[in-house]
Design a protein around this ligand. Structure first.
Ligand code: 13P
Ligand code: SF4
Length: 346
């Protein structure tokens, strides 16, 4: 059945030709990425979409990525997401309405200061638009430190959303680890105006439930079992994990690190399991081991992109039907684009 489905996807791709671009995020399963024109990290894929002339972009990833692709592609390009259930829980932890309410409290806690909101790419378009309106910008896991510097050139304080771990890791990188406070919108005790007033970096209480599962013990254990192992992790991991690793970076950095490794080296991969599996397959001369075995580091949102849904969306296009279109509302799209453009300036 697997090869039948694969043949069907390949036949649909053949028939549709250059009209359709298929993008696969690094965390997608093998049966998806083998049909993708490009495999990459969240922002690089959107850029690929913008560079292409394809009428349709089928984004095998999660909703916020498809939205970003819609924001930066031309108006006559249509972005499709094979499953509408593929939504990153972390992006959902900072809803624009909720942030808007928190913003009033946070700005009231520091009335004499200029606060610049910085949102991670892993957020919805309405939050990106909000950040643009408040003088802020978007960042990726590769340029968060530069985004913070940009913000501190223009304001006194940064509010970083939604990932507190990426925020904390970035604060460390900038030597500002002692200047942070966490704003927890779900906890009545978690909104301390005095702490906000004192801190230079306010971190929203959001996290990735995949990367948060990595623990420092996993790094210790892998080093015990493989004394020559190098460890590379994503900056959505907890501070202790990042501190114990050799390299930290986006899914592109992780991919490049293993691609550049010498034959015989051992690399333990602290990110979503599918990327670790791809790297093991793509680089057989390198010993690639998932950090924490292959127990639990599977992103449920990414997993929603079942190859049957990819087939369904491609079959729809063959029949002239646009299924699962992701379209950011006009107005919001232009505002979110401002926050993305500011990122490109840094
Ligand atoms: P990248 O932008 O590094 O690809 O990460 C996306 C993501 O969802 C990480 O969990
Ligand atoms: Fe979201 Fe984490 Fe999944 Fe990435 S791995 S899409 S941040 S839940």
């Amino acid at each position: 059945a697997e090869s039948e489905r694969s043949k069907r996807i390949a036949a649909a791709r053949d028939e549709l030709g250059d009209d359709v671009l298929v993008l696969g995020h690094n965390y997608q399963r093998r049966e998806i990425v083998e049909h993708a024109d490009f495999i990459g990290d969240s922002y690089a894929l959107s850029q690929r979409a913008a560079e292409s002339d394809a009428d349709y972009v089928v984004f095998c990833g999660v909703t916020f990525m498809a939205e970003s692709a819609d924001i930066i592609t031309d108006d006559d390009q249509t972005v499709l997401l094979p499953s509408m259930e593929a939504s990153c829980p972390m992006a959902g932890m900072a809803e624009a309405l909720q942030v808007d309410a928190a913003w009033a409290e946070i700005t009231a806690a520091a009335p004499d200061e200029t606060i610049i909101p910085v949102t991670y790419m892993n957020s919805y378009a309405d939050l990106k638009a909000f950040c643009a309106d408040q003088g802020g910008l978007v960042c990726t896991s590769s340029n968060a430190h530069r985004a913070f510097e940009w913000a501190f050139e223009r304001g006194d304080k940064v509010l970083f959303l939604p990932d507190k771990h990426l925020g904390e890791n970035t604060a460390h990188r900038l030597g500002m680890a002692d200047d942070t406070a966490v704003w927890d919108p779900w906890d009545p005790e978690g909104k301390d105006a005095d702490e906000v007033a004192d801190a230079d970096i306010v971190l929203w209480e959001g996290y990735c439930q995949v990367h948060e599962r990595f623990r420092k013990d996993h790094v210790t254990q892998v080093r015990d079992e493989h004394p020559d192992a190098n460890v590379v992790v994503h900056p959505e991991c907890r501070r202790g994990v990042v501190e114990a690793a050799d390299v930290v970076g986006s899914t592109s950095t992780i991919t490049d690190t293993v691609a550049d490794a010498d034959a015989g080296e051992t690399w333990a991969i602290g990110t979503e399991i599918h990327l670790a599996n791809h790297l093991a397959r793509w680089h057989p001369a390198v010993e690639v081991i998932p950090l924490c075995g292959d127990a639990c580091m599977d992103c449920n949102a990414m997993r929603q992109i079942d190859p049957n849904y990819l087939t369904w969306v491609l079959d729809g296009l063959r029949e002239g039907q646009e299924r699962n279109v992701i379209e950011v509302a006009p107005g919001e799209k232009e505002r979110a684009a401002v926050a993305l453009d500011r990122m490109l300036e840094i």
